[in-house]
Every structure is written in C-alpha cells, then in structure tokens.
Design a protein around this ligand. Structure first.
Ligand SMILES: [Zn+2]
Length: 130
C-alpha cells in the first residue's frame, strides 16, 4: 500500500495520548516559569495587580502577555515547539518530518512529542555539514 497519506499515520489513541502529553508539558513549563519568577522577583504579581481583578478575562490576557515577556528565549522556544506540535496535529501533518516528509518514528514522538523532524533531519539541522 503506497497510497498512505503523510502525517496522521498513527492510531487516534496515540495522537490523543501525545496531545495530552504536549498540553501537560505546556502547563508544567508555564508553572515552572511562574515559580522561577516568583522567587526572583515580584514582577508578574506587580503586573497582575496593575492590570486589575483576576476575574477580568481581559486582564488575564494582559497578564499572560506580561508573563510571556518575562520568559527567557529558551523557554519561549520550548513553549513554541509544543504549540507548533499541537498546530500540526490540528493541521493533520503531525508525525511527518517537516524537512523530508518521512514518518517520524512513534518511539521518537513518544519520547519527545514536540519533535518536528525525523532523527536524520534533526541531527543534520543541529550539526550542518559545511
Ligand atoms: Zn526528515
């Protein structure tokens, strides 16, 4: 059978499990960032107070933006990678390497669900042969 569609080649139960894993990682990463910042400074709390009541959903959005600004680039990149993986799931391209289009091994996705490339393309990306 060569007519298999690229992406979303996995069983739905695998996709669901990986999606849950991605959302969990997003939450724990956000929680970790908040904890770090709380220890280092009261910047986020100050921002939250400045933008009004926590019940106000607009204020929550603004506070979330403040929180995003307080993140380091690495943390932002990590969160982005998680979000992009969820976006690929929504787009139906999840599980296919973004570089070569080959299926990414399920074991690799289960180990790091945010992986966008297959092993070969990832190592080529990290260590370009010039
Ligand atoms: Zn690849």
């Amino acid at each position: 059978m060569n007519h298999r569609k690229k992406g979303l080649w996995m069983k739905n139960e695998h996709i669901m499990a990986l999606a849950a894993q991605l959302r969990q990682s997003q939450q724990s990463l956000r929680g970790r960032i908040v904890q770090q910042r709380e220890g280092a400074s009261s910047r986020i709390e100050a921002a939250a107070e400045q933008f009004g009541h926590p019940q106000d959903s607009h204020a929550q959005v603004t506070t979330a933006r403040e929180l995003a600004l307080a993140m380091t680039e690495l943390e932002i990149a990590e969160l982005n990678a998680l979000q992009e993986a969820l976006d690929r799931m929504a787009a139906g391209t999840y599980g296919a390497c973004t570089d070569c289009g080959q299926d990414i091994a399920l074991a690799r996705l289960q180990a790091s669900p945010e992986a966008a490339r297959c092993m070969a393309c990832q190592s080529a990306h990290e260590h370009p042969a010039h």
